[in-house]
Design a protein around this ligand. Structure first.
Ligand code: URA
Length: 200
């Protein structure tokens, strides 16, 4: 039997997400956001949840935080279409509130399915919600993003050894411009882990 391609597998996940009613976020969503980019990417960036623009377009990081992310990617020389970008929850929380623990939990099977398809070398959660989710999932001590950003955490997954590399959320920079330089330095370091010039 011919194995389904990564694209077909992602479409199956997208179909499941479109019909998912595992939490109440399904009640107000326009378009769930499964994620986008290269399914062969060595890097998966994981934000918190879709905002209004993302919900309208069904694509991740297309609003103001997305514009800032694009600028940072450009500055460090990472092509957006060569990486994969998603969120811990796939549907927009009303009023852009933070997703609740139960919603993150309900969405974790979709997250696991997507990561299993892309099988990246590096997972970079952006912000506290996403970082907290992955620290817990990999049995690491839950810490605040300001303590762990820009640090690599080696973890084991079903597809092999992976580096978990927490980053500030780009939206945090919109509220505190002072974080931009740190986010840039972290992204430069991240690039080294993704493209093989750093080992710790
Ligand atoms: N913030 C996120 O965490 N994800 C998006 O897709 C957009 C904004």
């Amino acid at each position: 039997m011919v194995e389904a391609s990564k694209k077909e597998k992602l479409e199956e996940v997208a179909e499941e997400v479109r019909s998912c009613t595992c939490c109440r976020l399904c009640e107000e969503r326009e378009n769930p956001v499964v994620g986008g980019g290269s399914l062969d990417s060595p890097l998966v960036l994981v934000g918190e949840a879709p905002g209004r623009r993302e919900d309208e377009q069904g694509k991740p990081f297309v609003g103001s935080a997305g514009k800032l992310l694009d600028q940072i990617l450009k500055k460090v020389g990472i092509q957006r279409d060569e990486i994969f970008i998603t969120n811990v929850v796939k549907c927009r929380p009303p009023g852009n509130r933070r997703p609740r623990a139960q919603e993150v939990e309900a969405c974790s099977r979709h997250m696991a399915a997507i990561l299993g398809i892309v099988a990246p070398k590096v997972i970079a959660p952006m912000g506290n919600s996403s970082t907290g989710y992955f620290m817990k999932r990999f049995g690491l001590r839950r810490s605040n993003i300001s303590d762990v950003h820009g640090r690599p955490f080696p973890v084991e997954t079903d597809w092999g050894s992976v580096v978990l590399f927490p980053l500030y959320h780009p939206a945090a920079v919109l509220y505190n411009r002072g974080l931009e330089a740190e986010l840039l330095v972290d992204f430069q370091r991240l690039k080294g882990f993704v493209y093989g010039t750093s080992s710790n």
